[in-house]
Design a protein around this ligand. Structure first.
Ligand code: SF4
Length: 223
């Protein structure tokens, strides 16, 4: 079995509540969405057997405790992901899955091997796509068996009603989960900062732990 991998690299985690943690990254090729704000242009890949990928990871200095499986959408290659995660777990790594939070049937098949899930909530007024509320609901139910936090990108056009729907979903399924509000780096200005502040206030009013964390890679100009 071969997986399509765009890149393998070592860096610090640039998003979410593990911001700044040194991790190994495996960037999977391919995505099932086309978010308006997407900054991950993936045009090429190399093919790896699971064991070959493990060998490639061994080439990095071994100070990282976690491997971030990112994309694209790693769950699109769930059979390969499962094989690789079972190998990395045996090596003592934490498996950190970055996902758009939609492919819940695929998540069910790998959840036992995952330690931490960074799950997107795709707000339709941010992404320009349809809403995925049913998929997110099913996904969060499964993800909540493990450590999970959620991320939502906020743009100029993001509607408050979408945020409220996301908060209702979190309160229904996993009220302890943190929601990271991530400002869209393309819209970074005073107007967006005001909106971030207002959205964080709404999280507090709704008793959901919300925090504002920008993408640090853009600020520090890291990979
Ligand atoms: S899910 Fe992520 S990788 Fe896929 S299009 Fe959206 S932002 Fe880009």
């Amino acid at each position: 079995m071969k997986g399509k991998i765009n890149d393998i690299f070592e860096s610090i985690q640039g998003e979410g509540i593990y911001l700044g943690e040194e991790q190994l990254f495996v960037r999977f090729f391919g995505c099932n969405l086309e978010c308006k704000f997407c900054d991950t242009q993936i045009h090429n890949f190399m093919e790896y057997e699971p064991q070959q990928l493990l060998q490639a990871l061994e080439g990095y200095k071994n100070t990282c405790q976690a491997i971030s499986f990112t994309g694209g959408e790693p769950l699109l290659q769930k059979d390969f992901l499962k094989e690789v995660m079972s190998l990395t777990k045996k090596q003592g790594y934490k498996n950190y899955l970055e996902t758009n939070g939609i492919l819940h049937q695929e998540l069910e098949e790998v959840i036992d091997l995952v330690d931490i899930i960074a799950m997107d909530v795709k707000l339709p007024s941010s992404t320009g796509q349809r809403g995925f509320w049913q998929e997110h609901r099913a996904f969060l139910k499964i993800a909540s068996r493990k450590e999970v936090f959620l991320k939502a990108v906020v743009c100029h056009g993001t509607e408050e009603s979408d945020l409220r729907q996301a908060l209702a979903l979190i309160k229904e399924i996993n009220p302890a989960a943190i929601l990271v509000l991530q400002p869209n780096s393309f819209d970074d200005d005073e107007r967006l900062r005001k909106k971030m502040h207002d959205f964080k206030e709404i999280c507090a009013q709704e008793d959901v732990q919300g925090c504002i964390i920008p993408q640090i890679h853009k600020i520090l100009k890291l990979e």
